[in-house]
Design a protein around this ligand. Structure first.
Ligand SMILES: Nc1ncnc2c1ncn2[C@@H]1O[C@H](COP(=O)(O)OP(=O)(O)OP(=O)(O)O)[C@@H](O)[C@H]1O
Ligand SMILES: [Mg+2]
Length: 213
């Protein structure tokens, strides 16, 4: 499966989600490729850190830009069971190219008005790409929601998202947890990091299952 993690805005957690899914999928399937299309190549940096520290399994990754994102995915899709693309934080040739070749596009959003304002543009990018890519299914996942259960932002966001026909909201809500940052510093997925944060592991596992199963 080709899974794109994209968006229109900096910082909602694309790289966090792309790297976690890549490590988890590699552990399950082996032949997984992470493509970093961001010119600030954070995913690639995470991969080299992982390699330097000898974290296993090794996550295969490449960097591709502009048209090469689309052509490379078309060439490599038969060689890997899954390709995960970290598409960077804005409307770019990389994001548009990846939308044309992916099966699922996941857009992480924080429960903030500023992130919600990007939904109209995301929906129109998805609509345009769908005219060419019939397989494309697009989803929003809420990330960095408050870990305080009394704060109902994630639920409020869910009702707002009902308006966007082409964007399905995933059931998983990922909350603001220090272990997502700490595990990244070690080139790890949160599922690999010790001491284990069971809530973070449960959230990322739930996202993984929603996407891959
Ligand atoms: N659920 C979370 N809990 C705590 N910290 C998080 C969470 N998700 C992401 N972060 C942190 O927020 C920051 C931004 O996340 P990340 O780099 O994954 O976003 P991005 O969308 O890839 O950003 P960019 O647009 O710059 O590529 C990072 O420091 C990351 O560790
Ligand atoms: Mg990033």
């Amino acid at each position: 499966m080709i899974v794109l993690i994209g968006g229109e805005k900096g910082g909602p957690g694309k790289t966090t989600i792309a790297t976690n899914l890549a490590a988890m999928r590699t552990a399950d399937k082996g032949d997984v490729l992470l493509i970093d299309t961001d010119k600030q190549p954070t995913s690639s940096y995470w991969c080299s850190l992982r390699e330097d520290r000898g974290v296993m399994p090794r996550v295969a990754s490449i960097q591709k830009y502009e048209k090469a994102v689309r052509t490379e995915v078309m060439q490599l899709r038969s060689k890997y069971s899954d390709i995960i693309i970290d598409a960077g934080g804005r409307d770019s040739p990389e994001l548009r190219g990846a939308l044309l070749v992916c099966d699922k596009a996941i857009f992480p959003l924080r429960p903030s008005q500023f992130d919600l304002w990007t939904l109209g543009r995301i929906q129109s990018l998805v609509e345009t790409a769908s005219e060419i890519n019939e397989r494309l299914r697009a989803y929003v996942v809420i990330n960095q929601a408050s870990a305080n259960p009394a704060v109902k932002e994630a639920e409020e966001m869910r009702s707002f998202l009902d308006e966007f026909e082409d964007l399905k909201i995933l059931n998983t809500v990922i909350r603001e947890r220090i272990s997502f940052r700490r595990s990244a510093l070690h080139g790890m997925a949160v599922t690999e990091y010790k001491p284990e944060d069971p809530k973070a592991v449960e959230e990322m596992t739930s996202l993984y299952m929603e996407i891959f199963e």
